[in-house]
Design a protein around this ligand. Structure first.
Ligand SMILES: NC(=O)c1ccc[n+]([C@@H]2O[C@H](COP(=O)([O-])OP(=O)(O)OC[C@H]3O[C@@H](n4cnc5c(N)ncnc54)[C@H](OP(=O)(O)O)[C@@H]3O)[C@@H](O)[C@H]2O)c1
Length: 235
C-alpha cells in the first residue's frame, strides 16, 4: 500500500498506525505527492512501479472545498477547487492508465460526492468539480469497456473529517447540522464496494433517495433544494 498526499508528517503517522494494526502486512510506503503538479504524479507512479512492480488500485481521494454563496465565490477559489478535485484527479487517471494498460489490469476509484448528483445550495463550486469528475469517469469507463481496466465512482455524503476545518467559507449560507458518517463506516463501504466490483457506490441513504427522485420526479429534488437554500441562508 502507498499513501500519498502533501504533508509527509501526517502520511508517516498514518503509515505507522496501519503497520501497528496489521503487523503481518508490509508497512505502507508514505510518499509526498501534489496532484496539481504533474511531475509529482509521474514520480509517484514511477516509484510504485519500481518498488512494488505496479499499481493494482489507484484511489483519487484528494479533495478540497469552498462553502457558501456561489455569488460570493471568486474565480480564484473556483479554479483552486477545480485544480485539485477535477484537474488533479483527471491528470492522475491519464498518467496511471498507460501503466494499467501495460499491466493488463487495474482499478481506478474516484471519490466524488453526493453533491455531484444534483447541485446543492452553497456548494455549487465543489459540487461542479465533483460532477465533472463523475462525468469524466463515466465517459472513460465506457471507452475502457473492452479492456480489463475498471473505474469505480464513489459518492459519499457528509463525513466527519478534517475537510471542514480546511475548506474556504465565503459566507452567505450555513452548513447543515448533519448527520455526518464516520470515516470508518465510509472507508469500510468503499473497501466492500471494491471487493464486490461495484461501478457506482452511493453511500448515504439520502444520496440513494436523491438519485431515485432525480429520475422519477425531478421536481421533488428541485423543491427540496429550494427549501434547503432558504433554511441555510445567512445574511
Ligand atoms: N468529508 C465529507 O463530508 C466528504 C463528503 C463527500 C466527499 N468527500 C471527498 O472525500 C475525499 C476525502 O476528503 P476528506 O473528507 O477525507 O477530507 P480531508 O481529511 O481534508 O482529506 C483530504 C485529503 O486530500 C489531500 N490533499 C488535498 N490537496 C491535495 C493535493 N493538492 N495533492 C495531494 N493531496 C491533497 C489532503 O492531504 P494534504 O493536505 O497533506 O495534501 C488529505 O489527505 C475528498 O475528495 C472529498 O471531496 C468528502
Amino acid at each position: 500500500m502507498v499513501l500519498a498526499a502533501r504533508r509527509e508528517d501526517r502520511l508517516n503517522e498514518a503509515a505507522e498506525k496501519i503497520a501497528q494494526e496489521f503487523p503481518d502486512a508490509p508497512k505502507p510506503l508514505a510518499l509526498r505527492c501534489d496532484v496539481t503538479d504533474v511531475d509529482s504524479i509521474k514520480a509517484l507512479i514511477n516509484r510504485c512501479e519500481e518498488d512494488l512492480g505496479g499499481i493494482d488500485i489507484w484511489i483519487n481521494n484528494a479533495g478540497v472545498g469552498v462553502y457558501g454563496s456561489n455569488e460570493k465565490t471568486s474565480m480564484e477559489e473556483l479554479r483552486w477547487t477545480m485544480d485539485v478535485n477535477f484537474f488533479g484527479a483527471a491528470q492522475c487517471m491519464f498518467e496511471v492508465l498507460p501503466l494499467m494498460r501495460r499491466q493488463g489490469a487495474g482499478l481506478i476509484v474516484n471519490v466524488s460526492s453526493i453533491s455531484a448528483l444534483h447541485g446543492v445550495p452553497y456548494m455549487g463550486v465543489y459540487a461542479a468539480s465533483k460532477a465533472a469528475l463523475a462525468n469524466l469517469s463515466q465517459s472513460l469507463r465506457a471507452e475502457l469497456c473492452d479492456t480489463p481496466i475498471r473505474i469505480m465512482i464513489v459518492y459519499p455524503g457528509y463525513t466527519q473529517t478534517e475537510f471542514f476545518e480546511k475548506e474556504k467559507n465565503v459566507g452567505g449560507g450555513r452548513r447543515p447540522d448533519g448527520p455526518y458518517a464516520s470515516v470508518e463506516d465510509v472507508g469500510e463501504a468503499i473497501a466492500r464496494g471494491i471487493e464486490r466490483g461495484k461501478q457506482d457506490l452511493i453511500i448515504p441513504f439520502q444520496g440513494k433517495a436523491m438519485k431515485l427522485s432525480e429520475g422519477l420526479a425531478p421536481w421533488i429534488v428541485e423543491r427540496e433544494m429550494r427549501k434547503l437554500a432558504r433554511r441555510l441562508r445567512e445574511g
